[in-house]
Design a protein around this ligand. Structure first.
Ligand code: HEM
Length: 551
């Protein structure tokens, strides 16, 4: 008997007992008997929950898949929390257990895989059966009104993605390009005073990225780069530092009792609503400040009726009422009519997502790019030569979203940086039981991709040693597996902001490299220490010394 039928038969028995019980007798119970009854019910529930935990730990045995040794209740959290990078630990496990195996976060099983064919099945060929991602530690239920694109499931995800895809088209990028150039010019100007001394350039790149997002996504020019104490920057940066730290009760509940993640979220939401009546939550909790600020921008834009040609406007144009997503069934996504509409809650939560998904990722990739230019001086020379000769020989071309896309070597360089420094494991959650290459993946099982192993596997990236920085390996002539490069994920649910991120990176790098030369790194700065909370970032930022070019 499986767990579902076991629980259902127990439930039926309980129902019969309760139905046959005489209510008058129940009312007559004295308090001692009542306490006994309540106590035994609690013990009963505890036993059922313990049984559920025990049963969860057996999953990989049932699937015929190896798993990492675990402790009851903690699962593998002890090892995970001790490490600065989950990706590194997962890579070590892969060396020991093979390409596909399991581990446990608390008692939540995670199936890890570095097998490209399995990934292709899950991320591309059968993606509608894996239409969810791993839930955040404290997260709304899948059908909550405030769920955004990253956390949405099934047809709701499909509807939102259909609406949001055109907001990242080449035409849209052309419109956003002047703002990106403006923000880059500010960065160049500020760096002028920092020449010929070692600085932590990550701090400057972070402010640049945030400036770009406030301008391009929300239409707000908040003077972030010129003032390090700018409220917009400080509050948003704090939001990222606080997210997901395992030192508060809601996070601990979410980690060890993953079934209660949504309930914890709802309780926190209710508490926030209640407390907001008495205290200014925005001034105490940076995340609330940020959300409130963005929500005000949306409300004001709607109330004023002013139209802007930006990301937010496209979402506002898709506003609709009284529509429903069909439930995900066993057919694939293409058989459904999907409304191109979003509720106002969805608009707010998705415009906020631009910051959550685009800020740390882009500033981190920019930091790693600068580190690589300084570390590999021959690469810097090549990239510089290409940019210089392109813009010298095409005097009419200015640095914008179109021209930077014509620089072939710069493109290879950025991809190789992203191969070297992938942002971390990416996940899918199974939404319908599916057999993938002989493994019968049950509904709700989370699958995590071991990106680090894939990106450094000689089978995927040879013949030149994958530990060598070699951008030419990305040249069009060399055919690779479609899932070998996971820098922006894979399949229809890959990174929606990829085009925006690449253009931003390219505009910034073109301008920086044309103006400044990054000097070789001292011996002790050759390697960057990685820290991984949500994504793999340089722990203490990236150091750089640069000077104005004479040529
Ligand atoms: C260099 C910068 C960036 C990197 C390396 C990056 C990387 C990624 C990766 C690896 C994923 C997961 C893909 C998958 O699971 O298959 C992802 C998803 C996503 N990214 Fe990015 N990203 C970057 C910039 C951005 C920007 C600027 C935005 C702005 C909106 C953005 C928005 C998103 C969203 C919304 C998703 C979820 C898509 C979905 O679930 O449908 N990203 N990104």
């Amino acid at each position: 008997m499986d767990l579902k039928s076991f629980t259902s038969s127990k439930y039926q028995n309980l129902k019969t007992i309760i139905t046959n019980y005489d209510l008058n007798e129940f009312i007559k119970l004295d308090s001692a008997t009542f306490l006994k009854l309540a106590g035994s019910s609690l013990i009963g529930l505890g036993i059922i929950y313990l049984f559920k935990i025990w049963y969860s730990y057996r999953i990989f045995k049932r699937l015929g898949v190896k798993h990492v040794n675990y402790n009851f209740f903690y699962g593998n959290y002890k090892e995970l929390l001790e490490r600065k990078s989950n990706s590194n630990l997962i890579r070590e496990w892969s060396e020991k257990y093979g390409k596909t195996y399991g581990y446990f976060e608390g008692h939540m099983p995670i199936l890890v895989t570095g097998d490209l064919d399995i990934i292709q099945e899950i991320f591309i060929k059968q993606h509608s059966n894996f239409s969810a991602k791993k839930k955040r530690i404290v997260a709304a239920s899948d059908d909550h009104p405030s769920v955004n694109l990253i956390n949405s499931v099934g047809l709701r995800w499909k509807r939102m993605r259909n609406i949001m895809n055109p907001t990242f088209s080449s035409a849209k990028m052309r419109e956003l390009s002047p703002d990106l150039v403006k923000c880059t010019d500010r960065l160049i100007e500020i760096l002028e005073n920092e020449q010929e001394k070692e600085i932590n350039i990550t701090n400057f790149l972070k402010r640049f990225t945030m400036d770009s997002i406030w301008n391009c996504a929300f239409g707000v020019d908040a003077n972030i780069q010129y003032n390090p104490d700018n409220e917009y920057f400080v509050k948003c940066e704090k939001t990222f530092q606080l997210l997901g730290k395992p030192d508060n009760l809601p996070t601990l509940i979410g980690m060890y009792f993953h079934e209660f993640r949504s309930i914890t979220f709802s309780i926190m939401n209710l508490m926030n609503k209640f407390l907001s009546k008495f205290i200014d939550m925005g001034s105490r909790v940076p995340t609330f400040w940020f959300m409130n600020r963005v929500f005000q921008i949306v409300d004001k834009r709607k109330a004023d009726g002013i139209r802007k040609r930006d990301y937010l406007q496209l979402l506002i144009d898709a506003e609709g009422h009284d529509f429903k997503d069909e439930k995900l069934t066993d057919k694939n996504f293409t058989n459904f009519h999907i409304e191109k509409k979003m509720t106002i809650d969805e608009i707010k939560t998705n415009v906020t997502l631009f910051m959550f998904a685009g800020y740390e990722t882009t500033s981190t990739m920019l930091s790693f790019s600068i580190h690589t230019l300084a570390k590999y001086q021959d690469q810097q020379k090549r990239v510089h030569e290409e940019i210089k000769s392109f813009f010298d020989s095409e005097p009419d071309s200015t640095i914008d979203s179109d021209s930077v896309q014509k620089l072939e070597y710069l493109d290879l360089f950025i991809k190789e940086v992203m191969r070297f420094y992938p942002i971390g494991p990416m996940t899918r959650r199974c939404t319908k039981e599916t057999n993938v290459k002989g493994i019968n993946i049950p509904k709700d099982l989370v699958i995590a991709v071991d990106t680090l192993s894939i990106h450094f596997d000689a089978e995927n990236w040879g013949p030149v040693d994958p530990n060598e920085f070699y951008p030419e390996r990305f040249s069009k002539e060399t055919k690779r597996h479609p899932c070998a490069f996971m820098g922006f994920g894979a399949g229809p649910r890959n990174c929606i902001g990829m085009k925006f991120a690449l253009i931003e990176l390219k505009i910034a790098l073109c301008k920086l490299i044309l103006k400044y030369e990054f000097l070789p790194l001292p011996e002790d700065k050759q390697e960057v220490e990685i820290y991984e909370m949500f994504i793999r970032t340089p722990k203490d930022g990236v150091s750089a010394t640069f000077r104005k070019r004479k040529d």
